[in-house]
Design a protein around this ligand. Structure first.
Ligand code: PRP
Ligand code: URA
Length: 207
């Protein structure tokens, strides 16, 4: 689990509890997912590079900073959409690529149905966002897709990770750092994370 970084924070643990709780409504689930993603943005983007700029305060000239890295956010549809706004709040000029993928319920293999990316994947910091890393099939396929399109600097932000998913992504993409709010125990026979939070997409969208 060398590439896994679990972001530890009391507010994250509190929000994770709300996400896990089965009586949390879709409305609250969306609010809390957005909030927990906001808390994680700081750590996931900690190494973004800066340019310096001269600015004038009301009192004098001083040095300021601008983000020099181009950032491309890639939510994995559908559930990744629940985290997207949190990133855009802090990096409003980020570009957004979309990957549509769902897990076949019997094989648990990802089936892709949509992909659209901005240009410049090769010179951007690419952040794949998806709350759940279960078998790792979806994340690994999404990352492979991005690598085929020349993306080089890729990281993954999930909320709940299973050991199986972390191992899969580490094996397939050893250069990709994985940020999670928690590493859960295991997968059940249907590929759901235990203790987990259920089906993230269904809970976000009330399906
Ligand atoms: C969920 C989740 C991940 C995937 C994780 O999506 O958002 O994309 O499952 O599972 P894996 O690691 O075993 O591939 P789902 O297939 O339920 O689609 P949805 O977001 O449209 O509900
Ligand atoms: N996808 C989810 O939404 N939840 C899980 O527990 C596993 C995959």
């Amino acid at each position: 689990m060398n590439n896994l970084h679990v972001i530890e924070h009391p507010l994250i643990k509190r929000d994770l509890t709300l996400l896990r709780t089965n009586t949390t409504s879709s409305e609250d689930f969306r609010i809390v997912l957005k909030r927990i993603a906001s808390l994680m943005v700081f750590e996931v983007t900690r190494d973004l590079r800066l340019d310096t700029t001269r600015i004038q305060t009301p009192l004098e000239k001083t040095e300021g900073h601008l983000i020099s890295d181009e950032v491309i956010l890639v939510p994995v549809l559908r559930a990744g959409l629940g985290m997207l706004e949190s990133y855009l709040a802090y990096i409003p000029n980020a570009k957004v690529g979309h990957i549509g993928m769902y897990r076949d319920e019997t094989t648990l293999k990802p089936v892709d149905y949509y992909a659209k990316f901005p240009p410049n994947l090769s010179r951007s910091v690419v952040i794949v966002i998806d709350p759940m890393l279960a078998t790792g099939g979806s994340a690994s396929a999404a990352i492979a897709y991005l690598k085929e399109r020349e993306a080089r600097n890729i990281r993954l932000n999930c909320i709940v990770a299973a050991p199986e998913g972390v191992e899969r992504v580490e094996k397939d993409h050893p250069e990709v750092k994985i940020y999670a709010a928690v590493l859960d125990r295991e997968l059940n026979e249907n590929g759901y994370i235990l203790p987990g939070l259920g089906d993230a997409g269904d809970r976000i969208f009330g399906t």
